[in-house]
Design a protein around this ligand. Structure first.
Ligand code: PEP
Ligand code: MN
Length: 367
């Protein structure tokens, strides 16, 4: 397989770009010991949280400014560049003064445009690579807004980190990956490298390999994985951290498939299948458009006969029935449900427009 190299954050590397290191810098020994072990693994950048935004006030919040020297020392001993998280302008100033190589903005900071702007302002005239994690909530525009603020400050080397999104609902993940959001990000900003942080998505080390593999198969540029010399004793995020040796094992198991199709036969096969797929997509759109015309005709009858748009029983029947048919066709139940919810919402929007054609105020339930 052809090795592909790419410039990520100013470093020319072969994919995947690997960032690893402890969730939090706890002691000088822990940072140095972890770094020396990590140096035996194929990593490009070492991470350590020294100011940690924590949910509860009594949790370990990182060792603070003193740890900048530990991190720099680790870099000197191993030759590996280092990155720390910054959450305000004071952090930026201290990290720049200490000569940290790369900075990252955490998920809890990306949510706040004022804080991101404060960080951006403190970066004017500075040439340092910046990584921006997704905001904790699944809001792509907020993520892109943070990138724009940092880019406007003159920062040239920017990468993003997908660390998943928090949700009240309990799932197997600590933070749901919502892969459709980073995929849409790649479509909107193809020039910005994207790194996956399986540690904060998974919350437990057992899931790391599977999520890392998904990221590789979605053509991510790199991975940020937390590692610690003694993960079970870590003062933060103990369950998701692994030893540098385990990191090496995980990377050894990862399959990095090629992003380009070099073999002409494979290319033809895939192109043939894609042509069929394109045709089906047009058919789907054609059918949805026909379905919408029917919804509009029904909307007209509802209007003339003063009937409400939503008929809950009918809708429940549709959902149940479509999910059953979907199951027979080996389609995922939740997927079919979501699909019909979107179609149904659009029918309601169209019928709302028809119902209220004479009133200017109410055009659609969705706008
Ligand atoms: C971290 O990387 O340790 C961290 C605090 O992550 P996040 O900003 O993704 O919560
Ligand atoms: Mn962490």
């Amino acid at each position: 397989m052809k090795k592909e190299s790419k410039v990520i954050l100013g470093y020319k590397v072969e994919r995947p770009f690997i960032i690893s290191g402890p969730c939090g810098a706890e002691t000088e020994e822990q940072v140095i010991e972890t770094a020396l072990e990590l140096a035996k693994q194929p990593i490009h950048l070492m991470r350590a949280g020294i100011w940690k935004p924590r949910t509860r006030p009594n949790a370990f919040q990182g060792a603070g400014e003193v740890a900048l020297e530990w991190v720099k020392q680790a870099s000197k001993l191993t030759g590996i560049p280092v990155t720390v998280e910054v959450s305000n302008h004071k952090h930026v100033e201290a990290a720049l003064k200490a000569g940290i190589d790369v900075l990252w903005i955490g998920a809890r900071t990306t949510v706040n445009p004022f804080t991101v702007q404060e960080i951006a302002d403190s970066l004017h005239g500075v040439d340092i690579p910046i990584m921006i994690k997704n905001p904790v909530n699944p809001d792509l525009e907020l993520w892109i807004g943070a990138i724009e603020r940092i880019a406007k400050a003159g920062i040239k080397n920017i990468a993003v980190i997908h660390r998943g999104f928090s949700s009240y609902e309990k799932t197997i993940y600590r933070n749901r990956p919502n892969w459709e959001i980073p995929i849409e990000f790649m479509r909107r900003m193809p020039e910005i490298p994207i790194i996956c942080d399986p540690s904060h998505i998974c919350g437990k080390r057992e899931l790391l390999l599977a999520v890392s593999q998904v990221a590789m198969d979605l053509n991510y540029d790199g991975l940020m994985i937390e590692s610690h010399n003694n993960p079970d004793k870590a003062l933060s995020d103990a369950k998701q951290q692994i030893t540098p040796l385990q990191l090496g094992e995980l990377l050894g198991k990862l399959i990095c498939r090629s992003t380009s199709i070099d073999d002409i036969l494979t290319l033809r096969m895939i192109e043939g299948l894609r042509e069929k797929m394109d045709k089906i997509d047009f058919d789907i759109l054609d059918l949805i458009s026909k379905r919408m015309d029917i919804a509009k005709a029904i909307g007209q009858y509802k209007k003339e006969n003063n009937i409400t748009i939503l008929q809950a029983e009918r809708w429940d029947e549709v959902v149940q029935n479509r999910m059953l048919t979907g199951l027979e066709k080996e389609l995922d139940k939740d997927f079919v449900k979501k699909l019909f919810e979107i179609i149904h919402q659009e029918s309601i929007n169209q019928q709302t427009i028809i119902m209220n054609a004479d009133t200017n105020e109410i055009k659609s339930t969705n706008s």
